[in-house]
Design a protein around this ligand. Structure first.
Ligand code: KIV
Length: 271
């Protein structure tokens, strides 16, 4: 049954159809109800409750420390706001690497408690059996290849991936393995545009790029980057559509001036 006036819900099938029709998919991160409602209302197809919440919201240096409970907490706030967008909850570090049964329990929490409609995990062929296990249990899985921030301590830097032949072959093989295991989409992060184009042409499921050039089936950015709210560092692939961080600073300075000078509150702001 569809509710009159409600926008039609984006599903994993919608994304597959969009790839087939060559319609570009839009995706953004969301961590709370207010932002999720604004993004959903604006027509974004996918809301990812990314583990980037660790760096963007919690002020951590990496995504490694964010916990399963915290991801459930943020996902539930976002999911209740999303009337149209597909809500994907990120599986945090060590919530799926230990084993497929552990992954199933944690992914299940993101759906049951967090009300997500899908989960995302980082990694390739080594996680194909896990993806299969989750999909068999009815949990849609989005893959994540290229730069995988949860492995920062193994790589030691956030440099681009797929920059030599061996890495390119591995990313291509990983993408095929994830697609065969049943992943419904794959994020490609910080890889050369030509490689992303090759991967996109080689698999039937949509690719969502971040720093992966213009040839992927869709694009994702961290919302706080796009709005100029998160300014601690700026990867080259970020386009800032607004400078809200600077605007907030101006607004708060004006408020402080008004309070200190006695201009706030005025008579019509008082009872
Ligand atoms: O956690 C996140 O925000 C992500 C996106 C950058 C793809 O994984």
């Amino acid at each position: 049954m569809t509710v009159a006036g409600a926008p039609s819900k984006v599903t994993t099938a919608t994304l597959r159809q969009m790839k087939a029709r060559r319609e570009r998919i839009t995706a953004l991160t969301a961590y709370d109800h207010l932002f999720a409602a604004l993004l959903d209302e604006a027509g974004v197809d996918v809301l990812l409750v990314g583990d980037s919440v660790a760096t963007v919201v919690q002020g951590r240096d990496t995504t490694v420390p964010v916990t399963m409970d915290q991801m459930v907490y943020h996902t539930e706030m976002v999911a209740r706001a999303a009337r149209r967008a597909l809500v994907v909850g990120d599986l945090p570090f060590l919530s799926y690497q230990v084993g497929a049964e552990d992954a199933l329990r944690n992914a299940g929490r993101l759906l049951k408690e967090g009300l997500a409609e899908a989960v995302k995990l980082e990694g390739g062929v080594e996680f194909a059996p896990t993806v299969q296990r989750l999909v068999a249990a009815g949990i849609p899985v989005m893959g994540h290849l290229g730069l995988t921030p949860q492995s920062i301590h193994q790589f030691g830097s956030y440099r681009a991936r797929g920059t030599d032949d061996a890495e390119q072959r591995r990313i291509l093989d990983d993408a095929k393995a994830l697609a065969e295991a049943g992943a419904f989409a794959i994020v490609l992060e910080k890889v050369p545009a030509a490689l992303a184009q090759r991967v996109t042409a080689s698999i039937a499921v949509p690719t969502i790029g971040i720093g992966a050039g213009p040839h992927t089936d869709g694009q994702i950015l961290v919302t706080h980057d796009l709005l100029g709210l998160f300014t601690r560092f700026r990867p080259r692939f970020v386009r800032r559509y607004k400078q809200l961080g600077a605007e907030i600073g101006e607004a708060v300075r004006a408020y402080c001036r008004d309070v200190q000078g006695g201009a706030f509150p005025a008579a019509d702001e008082s009872y």
